[in-house]
Write a protein that binds this ligand. Structure first.
Ligand SMILES: *[C@@H]1O[C@H](CO)[C@@H](O)[C@H](O)[C@H]1NC(C)=O
Ligand SMILES: *[C@@H]1O[C@H](CO)[C@@H](O)[C@H](O)[C@H]1NC(C)=O
Ligand SMILES: *[C@@H]1O[C@H](CO)[C@@H](O)[C@H](O)[C@H]1NC(C)=O
Ligand SMILES: *[C@@H]1O[C@H](CO)[C@@H](O)[C@H](O)[C@H]1NC(C)=O
Length: 512
């Protein structure tokens, strides 16, 4: 074979074959959304379309570029086409999106089938022209009649925060209405019942959900455990909160804890602390982006396995241990029981309620920096209510103990050995590691999640901000909750969702 034909073959294989039997190429685009919103001053429909076009122009360019790099699917972020609107203004950005379970529709091929659908037409043609799956989030309006439907909103329409998936020919193959709206998201309605939405592709079975949904069982966990999806597509508008709710850290942790691929696409809005997108597998992020300086969006493209390998979670047996020096400090509203790490190298166990956590470590750094290791086993109540069990190693914000758990991105201490485990009795635990690199850094490849523990045998080279096993106890969400240790009892309370959507807590916002 001549050199020339080898080159041609290579070129063809790049363009023609985008996936083999074992892997495919995923793309996510972090988008700096262009929008305007003046509450009480609704745009005309044409003005709304013109704004959305500016975002769709970027989507078109990035879809073409993703395809040029061999991508089979591209994911765009939550609110990336219309930005953040009041309920009234949002209306002018909405289209009625037909249910693909009932109506097979290719908007590019059949643009006149429904009235006023420029966004769907545009996205559909983008998918078809580039022969690529496109996942986008925008708003769906469905009119209702309160005489027939008692949950019909007063203004006679549902406005849904919606993910729409177009296959590589432009046909709508999935539509998902976000279940767990964030508290500030008053422009949208919850769907009448939770939607569990999957779609089949030549490169595996996919599930879809949005942003705040990641903290609740349905549909997120159901997609993985009941439907057996391989990959999650996750449009998000995620606001960072250090130390445990940083976008890239949490999204990677979910992929590792659940044993699925996770494609997260964030909006890029720096004054809302929204940045951070990932292409993650159960072994960690293959590609990620987090940048608080740049005002630009960013395309990530990576080849990942079609069938991810699932990790088992194993719980450690640990003796209940108390320290003379233990103290309580607040981490995002949760009172953790902490002990500070005074020695260079040590093995410590710390407990709260039913949870005990162990840490074996060796660190080196300056003595003015303090690190604390803590446990939390209770109801989280800040910006949403849900049960957690967390073992966390954190860099304290300054040398005062009551700053342990507070946000900081300043650290100089490195850990040359780390083993963090807990006696978790529930199966959903997400491993988090965050270090200070140029920006937020996940120390990919320097640690592993194995047998339920975070293990770094040869050390983590960049200064550590946090390492945690984030356990989410969905089993306690029904409101009947007793710690077996009897240390604390919480009486049955209103259904969680009622609390979630009726209490408006003031303070910084995590996720939208
Ligand atoms: C999508 O929008 C772009 C401009 O924003 C336009 O050039 C293109 O023709 C539109 N495509 C469809 C199918 O509406
Ligand atoms: C802690 O780690 C060190 C170094 O790997 C090891 O020698 C020691 O046995 C460990 N201790 C415990 C209690 O696991
Ligand atoms: C630590 O930070 C807190 C505020 O976050 C401040 O009130 C306190 O004085 C600081 N302490 C030290 C020792 O720097
Ligand atoms: C952001 O800018 C600061 C200050 O110029 C710089 O120190 C830091 O490295 C930059 N971060 C990234 C992720 O580029």
């Amino acid at each position: 074979m001549t050199m020339f034909s080898v080159l041609v073959l290579l070129w063809m294989s790049q363009v023609v074959s985008c996936y083999d039997d074992t892997s495919f190429v995923a793309a996510v685009y972090e988008h700096a959304v262009v929008w305007t919103s003046i509450p009480g001053q609704p745009p005309t429909r044409q003005e709304a379309i013109d704004f959305m076009k500016q975002n769709l122009d970027v989507y078109r360019e990035q879809t073409r570029e993703a395809k040029r790099q061999g991508a089979d699917i591209i994911v765009f972020p939550e609110d990336g086409i219309h930005g953040f609107q009041s309920r009234e203004n949002q209306y002018f950005y909405l289209e009625t999106i037909p249910d693909p379970e009932k109506i097979v529709w290719n908007p590019c091929d059949d643009p006149d089938r429904f009235n006023d659908t420029p966004v769907q037409q545009n996205l559909s043609c983008m998918a078809k022209e580039n022969n690529i799956y496109v996942v986008a989030n925008f708003g769906d309006k469905q009119f209702c009649d309160s005489s027939e439907d008692s949950s019909c909103p007063n203004d006679g329409r549902y406005q849904f925060n919606t993910d729409v998936v177009f296959d590589n020919e432009g046909t709508i193959v999935a539509r998902y209405h976000k279940e767990h709206l964030f508290m500030t998201e008053l422009q949208f309605n919850r769907p009448p019942s939770v939607e569990i939405v999957t779609f089949q592709t030549p490169f595996g079975k996919f599930g879809v959900f949005t942003c705040f949904d990641v903290l609740f069982r349905d549909p997120a966990v159901a997609l993985v455990e009941d439907c057996g999806v391989d990959t999650i597509v996750f449009p998000t508008a995620w606001m960072d909160v250090l130390p445990l709710f940083v976008s890239v850290e949490f999204h990677q942790a979910w992929a590792m804890g659940m044993g699925v691929n996770f494609l997260s696409s964030n909006t890029h809005v720096l004054d809302r602390r929204m940045t951070g997108s990932t292409i993650s597998t159960p072994s960690g992020a293959v590609s990620y982006y987090h940048d608080m300086n740049s005002t630009e969006g960013r395309l990530l493209v990576a080849e990942i396995p079609i069938k991810p390998i699932k990790n088992g979670v194993r719980s450690a047996e640990l003796p209940i241990t108390q320290h003379d020096t233990e103290f309580v400090s607040d981490l995002f509203g949760d009172p953790f029981t902490f002990v500070d790490l005074t020695k260079e190298s040590d093995y410590v166990i710390i407990c709260q309620n039913d949870l005990c956590c162990s840490l074996n470590y060796t660190k080196s750094g300056i003595s003015s920096e303090i690190y604390a290791f803590g446990a939390f086993d209770d109801l989280h109540t800040n910006e949403g209510q849900y049960y957690l069990q967390i073992c966390a190693l954190v860099k304290c914000a300054n040398s005062s103990r009551d700053t342990c758990g507070q946000p900081t991105n300043d650290a100089q201490t490195t850990f040359s050995h780390l083993r963090l485990a807990g006696n978790f009795k529930f199966p959903h635990v997400f491993p988090e590691v965050l270090t200070r690199g140029i920006g937020m850094d996940l120390a990919v490849g320097e640690w592993e999640y194995k047998n339920g523990a975070i293990i770094s045998t040869s050390g983590i080279s960049k200064p550590l901000l946090s390492a945690a096993l984030f356990g989410r106890v969905y089993e306690r969400d029904d409101g009947t909750f007793k710690h077996t240790s009897g240390a604390m009892e919480v009486s049955p309370h209103l259904p969680l969702l009622l609390i979630l959507f009726s209490v408006h807590l003031i303070g910084s916002v995590v996720t939208v």
